[in-house]
Design a binder for this molecule. Structure first.
Ligand SMILES: Cc1cc2nc3c(=O)[nH]c(=O)nc-3n(C[C@H](O)[C@H](O)[C@H](O)COP(=O)(O)OP(=O)(O)OC[C@H]3O[C@@H](n4cnc5c(N)ncnc54)[C@H](O)[C@@H]3O)c2cc1C
Length: 511
């Protein structure tokens, strides 16, 4: 009989969003009772949680765990999100939405994007947002979940995500994980022992002198990368040449201003400011480049542009955009900030945690740690990070702003061949393609390229096959159906109040 080589013990180092999401997934799917899972975290060190804004994929993760969505919304003080609103990115005074979900409907197998470009060329296109239920919902503070039996109306399939308190989400998942057998240890790791020949991590030691041994370690220790970097030295690929922001200052404030289901990203002289509405407060922050702006100046800009009263002292964070060269090395996988970080411009960080977890579940090793699987995991994660990176760079590069050295540098910088090609194809033909399974689909690329003012030289000639009159009436019909559907949707806060308001709910009176 062959030896049972299954993992006996997995140790997750860190209990932030990454640590508890990973623990919850393992608790949900490793149910044979053989593999023990432990999370070690240090309250003295704490976690990063400053937001957070997510993308619709988080709903898949929550569903896999079997979470009740209303319960999750209540317990994390969440609100809904239909889009990101970009303010002052193309030019000061201009704004656009990057909505979840498609624009209009594809016709005769041809993407709606091409039809809209034809309508623009003929002078009757109107605003792109008028063809998106999510963009209009975001603009008019409306929200609904998909409506069953809505036929082919856009109400049948509404893509949405959440804004939530990441600290509360980690707490929620901790309860979930502990109820399913995950053990939690409170303590600060002060030493890590490696096998003298293989270099595999053998055990960790806490400041109280406790030793914990495991076969497999998941490094969720945040920016410090306690195992993956400080112990194994996996290396870091620095992307600050393109993503220059290396600092953020964050502050929560009381509710004020709009209650719209949207994350707002406002461009500033050397970075951008986010505004994330929760049920009990607003999350705000300013990501900026320290080479172009001082910390005090960045903090002043943030505090001068809040919609409510600050609820805490501003929190300052430093980071370098990039990714770990190997996110899996020996018997350590890094998930979360320890694997890499790109500022939260498209709210992709928690999604990258999710991708890391799902790829790891697919390739969960035995104690033998196959080199081929490790190589495959690293290749998959590199692809994910690089494609998201290029989508973020698009926001900076495709700008007409020339009012500061920062924006001058963004506009004129050399970008990757991948991004340059995508822009060139769109500019010359109006076509945009999603490559393989990159996170952001053709609608996302289209929304941002159009919003940032990239003007296609022509549109796909295939759409000219539709006779003129028919084309005009189809476009008008799509616009009408979209508008009527949005009218039908309840107000965002009204929806929350009726279905999933938290115990500590402030919105109605905005105390
Ligand atoms: C400015 C900013 C804004 C962001 N906004 C968004 C957003 O809007 N949307 C989004 O998806 N993501 C956002 N993110 C990213 C998101 O916050 C992180 O991806 C997420 O919180 C995961 O963090 P983490 O769990 O990897 O690390 P952390 O939250 O830093 O957790 C690290 C854990 O490791 C433990 N630890 C560390 N060292 C030790 C030790 N020696 N001993 C014991 N325990 C230890 C800590 O106690 C903690 O529990 C943002 C990040 C930043 C910096």
């Amino acid at each position: 009989m062959t030896e049972d080589n299954r993992l006996r013990h997995i140790l997750i180092v860190g209990g932030g969003t990454a640590g508890w999401m990973t623990a919850a997934a393992l608790a949900r799917f490793l149910t044979d009772g053989f593999t023990k899972v432990t999370v070690i975290e240090s309250e003295a060190i704490g976690t990063v949680g400053v937001g957070e804004s997510t993308i619709p994929q988080i709903r898949i993760f929550n569903r896999l765990l079997g979470l009740d969505e209303d319960d999750f919304v209540r317990k994390t003080q969440a609100t809904f999100k239909l889009a990101i609103e970009f303010v002052d990115w193309r030019r000061i005074g201009e704004r656009y939405y990057h909505p979840f979900g498609p624009y209009g409907v594809d016709m005769g197998g041809v993407s709606f994007h091409a039809f809209y470009l034809r309508a623009l060329a003929e002078g009757h296109g109107g605003r792109l947002d008028e063809y998106s239920l999510q963009a209009l919902g975001a603009e008019e503070a409306k929200f609904s979940r998909p409506v069953p039996n809505a036929g082919n109306s856009p109400l049948a399939d509404i893509a949405y995500a959440f804004h939530f308190d990441a600290g509360l989400y980690a707490k929620y998942l901790r309860e979930y994980s502990e109820a399913r057998g995950v053990k939690r240890v409170e303590g600060r790791i002060v030493d890590v022992k490696q096998h003298p020949e293989t270099g595999f991590v053998q055990s960790i030691q806490t400041e109280k002198g406790e030793t914990i041994e495991a076969d497999f370690y998941i490094d969720c220790s945040g920016f410090r990368g306690l195992l993956i970097e400080q112990t194994l030295g996996a290396g870091y690929e620095d992307w600050s040449e393109w993503l220059m922001n290396d600092r953020a200052v964050a502050v929560p404030c009381t509710l004020g201003g709009s209650l719209r289901p949207v994350t707002r990203a406002t461009a500033r002289p050397a970075g951008w400011q986010w505004r994330i509405p929760l049920q009990h407060r607003l999350g705000n922050g300013h990501a900026y480049s320290s080479a172009h702006m001082s910390d005090d100046e960045a903090t002043a800009i943030l505090l001068d542009n809040l919609d409510g009263e600050p609820l805490a002292d501003p929190l300052r964070l430093k980071f370098t955009a990039g990714r770990r060269r190997k996110s899996w090395d020996k018997n350590v996988v890094a998930i979360g900030l320890s694997a890499g970080f790109m500022e939260p411009l498209e709210s992709q960080s928690i999604h990258l945690i999710q991708v890391g977890i799902s790829r790891l579940m697919t390739l969960l090793p035995t104690r033998a740690m196959g080199e081929a699987e490790i190589g495959l995991y690293n290749r998959w994660m590199t692809w994910e990070y690089e494609k998201i990176r290029d989508f973020l760079i698009l926001h900076y590069h495709a700008t007409e702003r020339d009012d500061t050295p920062y924006w001058d540098r963004c506009r004129t910088m050399q970008v990757s061949d991948y991004l340059a090609e995508k822009i060139a194809i769109f500019k010359s033909t109006g076509r945009v393609f999603r490559e393989h399974d990159e996170l952001f689909n053709d609608t996302s690329w289209y929304a941002v390229m159009m919003g940032q003012g990239i003007t296609p030289g022509r549109y796909d000639p295939i759409v000219d096959e539709m006779p003129d009159e028919m084309f005009r009436s189809r476009m008008e019909e799509i616009r009408q159906v979209t508008r009527n559907s949005v009218h039908w949707m309840p107000g965002h806060f009204e929806f929350i109040e009726k279905t999933c308001k938290a115990a500590e709910f402030v919105w109605p009176g905005r105390a």
